[in-house]
Design a protein around this ligand. Structure first.
Ligand code: ADP
Ligand code: MG
Length: 248
């Protein structure tokens, strides 16, 4: 894999109704870096991730991935497609197509987003299913899979896209506790491939272990960021301190 793109986000703003949910967010992510975002609920974490591939459109700001620059106010369909080809998304609720098998959920993304041929997409999907331990579930529909297996398909689908940036929004929050471990294990394996990842999670032990950097967000701002040792053990801002007292 070649994940060589430097990623930079500058001046990102988003307002829903009367509420400014993201306030002038700027952020740089290095190739292969694993960044974990933490913070209270309602603070704009999901919105930030969704802006980065235009699932929600920013009101203003600029997103740069390698040689691609997308400016919110004048993003064309071509820009948005290019951005989506360089990002992948893992959703809290898996977001699998219920009427497609595990394999088809992966091939569909490769054909529609990456423009791959059906044969290429199938070969890639089968390799990914093997890698995620789901070969025997290739022809199963999501309803026949456990939550853990469904999320492994969700992560496999994102992995198959070979994106410059993988976005993961609370990938274990919807799981019964018995399935959390296998999904965290798969994310560790993805991280070992030097996949650049931006992960929102409340799994603090996992964050400590996997993150190169932790960002604490509150009220639509990045309040502070740094290596896990400084953010988790020596937070400087009272809002970070209060949040960590609640969750750890
Ligand atoms: P977090 O992921 O940190 O919990 P979100 O990004 O989901 O926070 O939401 C931040 C705020 O934006 C919340 O107040 C939420 O209600 C609001 N919000 C998010 N998406 C929408 C939307 N599509 N329409 C209106 N309000 C929204
Ligand atoms: Mg959220």
């Amino acid at each position: 894999m070649t994940h060589s793109a430097n990623i930079s986000v500058s001046g990102l703003n988003k307002t829903f109704g009367n509420t400014q949910v993201l306030k002038d967010i700027s952020l740089e992510i290095a190739p292969g870096e694993r960044v974990v975002v933490i913070g209270p609920s309602g603070t704009g974490k999901s919105t930030l991730l969704r802006m980065l591939n235009f699932l929600d459109r920013p009101d203003s700001g600029k997103i740069r991935m390698g040689d691609l620059t997308v400016t919110a106010e004048k993003a064309s369909r071509t820009d948005i497609l290019a951005l989506r080809q360089r990002t992948s998304f893992v959703f809290q609720n898996y977001a699998l197509f219920a009427n497609k098998t595990a394999r088809e959920n992966i091939t569909e993304a490769l054909v529609t987003v990456k423009g791959q041929s059906k044969a290429d997409a199938r070969a890639r999907a089968d390799a990914i299913l093997a890698e995620t331990g789901l070969t025997d579930k290739a022809d199963a529909y999501p309803a026949a899979l456990s939550g853990g297996q469904q999320q492994r398909v969700g992560i496999g689908r994102a992995l198959a896209l070979d994106a410059d940036l993988m976005l993961l929004d609370e990938p274990t929050s919807a799981l019964d506790p018995e399935w959390v471990g296998e999904v965290l294990d798969l994310m560790r394996r993805v991280a070992e491939k030097q996949q650049t990842m931006l992960i929102v999670t409340h799994e603090m032990q996992f964050a400590r272990e996997i993150a190169d950097r932790i960002i604490f967000m509150d009220g639509g701002h990045i309040v502070e960021q740094g290596p896990p040792s400084s953010i988790l053990e020596n937070p400087q801002d009272p809002r970070t301190q209060a949040f960590l007292r609640r969750v750890i």
